[in-house]
Design a protein around this ligand. Structure first.
Ligand code: NAD
Length: 432
């Protein structure tokens, strides 16, 4: 274990590899294997628009601070740009580029009429008061107002953003457009609070999608989820919902890591109780009945399933050798880098890739967008069943490509997305 101490950096460390390089390597591998048209390859390797804004905010103490925000719009050939907004100190142009590109593939795999985008503000939100966060959100939205729109580019929640922040984005955007257009523009953002036009089921959708993928994998591999053990990294929206829904199958959560630390209990940790504890205490550290463990011990915990649901670049050439699980269900975007991926495959650990596994969020965002456009509100039962159908279909499309190309799941998922985009570009041609 000591050997790893020097090389395994907790994800708070700034020296993480560039994730956009990771996207390019994943893309090249799939494009080479499927023989993607070289001209379409050129188009898809560059984001369409990259927006960077600097804006001032008057803080609670009267001083002014400058902030930097980003929105990258990767591709909109299949429909409006779509993707979350993240508040995090490590947000930068390359990170947002990578996340926007993954959104294009994700929408294409899920077969929903969206393109890919992502945005973020480079801040540590824990350092700001609620009113400062509101001002940062509103001013960022104001700076982006001409680049987003209900049928053009639609933000959603991501790391450290939530329905309240979506409500501030909505309100700010609506305040900048003519009054007559306001009632028909609430689909400018998804993941809103229910009362402000949000959809039932959006909050749990990403975690729910992760668990649907795990169910499919378990069925195919003759695994009974009742009694399997799993570990979760990140206990926010995605991680906590995935953990809670795994509980309904009788699976046992034995270790959890978040920004405050990592906890372990071989007898099982109740995800519902832990969710309440995290809401009250801000993190998992100090949860009763558990042993506190370090980052390396968490990653090397023996379990059946690992659900990374925090940030990118967690499974790398340094950490892949110590993982002691049978499968990885990627709730986070980009938790496994190119070398980490290769090493897991060599170890026989199956990965359900992010662009399939966490697509439940964008699928239910699409349902929210449709409900807003049609002035409807759907029952939860209907949303659950539509999500199940959509993600199960996507899972099958990827599964079929693994067999057709005799390749891994991530490359197969890319092939599903790239094939769809290739057909559309060939049909439409390139202007002029
Ligand atoms: P969140 O802000 O709700 O939760 C993030 C979690 O990660 C928190 O528990 C936090 O403590 C933990 N975390 C942050 N830094 C950490 C660190 N250094 N070490 C360990 N844990 C750390 O965010 P979320 O919405 O749950 O997003 C998590 C991941 O899922 C991200 O990669 C995001 O892009 C992806 N994702 C989110 C959605 C969505 O609908 N929210 C959809 C698809 C993908």
């Amino acid at each position: 274990m000591k050997k790893f101490k020097e090389v395994i950096m907790p994800i708070t460390n700034n020296k993480i590899p560039n994730i956009y390089e990771n996207v390019k390597r994943q893309f090249d591998k799939a494009a080479d294997l499927m023989g993607l048209d070289p001209n379409i390859r050129k188009i898809l390797t560059k984001p369409k628009n990259e927006i960077r804004v600097n804006f001032p905010i008057k803080m609670d103490d009267g001083n002014v601070e400058m902030f930097t925000g980003y929105r990258v719009q990767h591709n909109n050939v299949l429909g409006p740009f779509k993707g979350g907004i993240r508040f995090h100190p490590m947000v930068n142009m390359d990170e947002v580029r990578a996340l926007a590109t993954w959104m294009t593939w994700k929408s294409a795999i899920a077969n929903i009429p969206f393109g890919g985008a992502k945005g973020g503000v480079q801040i540590d939100p824990s350092k700001y008061s609620p009113s400062e966060l509101e001002h940062i959100t509103r001013r960022f939205t104001f700076a982006l107002r001409q680049y987003i729109g209900p049928d053009y580019d639609i933000p959603a929640p991501d790391v450290n953003t939530n329905p309240q922040i979506m409500a501030w984005i909505l309100d700010t955007y609506l305040s900048t457009i003519p009054p007559k257009e306001r009632h028909c523009s609430i689909h400018v953002v998804t993941g809103k609070p229910i009362e402000s036009g949000g959809s039932l089921g959006r909050n749990k959708a990403t975690g729910q999608g992760v668990v649907i993928c795990i169910e499919k994998w378990a069925k195919e591999n003759g695994f009974d989820l009742d009694g399997v053990t799993y570990i979760v990294q990140g206990f926010g929206n995605v991680g906590s919902w995935a953990a809670r829904l795994m509980k309904s199958h009788g699976a046992k959560l034995i270790a959890v890591e978040d920004i405050t630390g990592a906890i372990y209990n071989q007898e099982g940790i109740d995800p519902d109780e832990l969710t309440v504890f995290v809401k009250e205490h801000g993190g998992v550290k100090g949860y009763h009945g558990c042993k506190e463990i370090d980052h390396e011990t968490f990653l090397s915990t023996k379990a059946d399933i690992f659900i990374p649901a925090a940030l990118e670049n967690q499974i790398t050439k340094e950490t892949a050798p110590i993982l002691n699980v049978k499968m990885v269900a990627e709730g986070a975007n980009g938790p496994t880098d190119f070398m980490g991926d290769k090493m897991l495959q060599e170890k026989g650990i199956q990965i359900i890739p992010d662009i399939l596994c966490n697509s439940g969020g964008v699928i239910v965002s699409y349902f929210e967008w449709l409900q807003n456009k049609r002035s409807e509100s759907w029952e939860l039962k209907e949303i659950d069943s539509k999500l199940h159908w959509k993600i199960t279909r996507a899972y099958k499309r990827v599964h079929d490509k693994t067999e057709e190309f005799n390749t891994d799941w991530r490359t197969a998922a890319y092939i599903v997305a790239l094939s769809r985009l290739e057909v559309v570009y060939k049909e439409r041609g390139i202007f002029p």
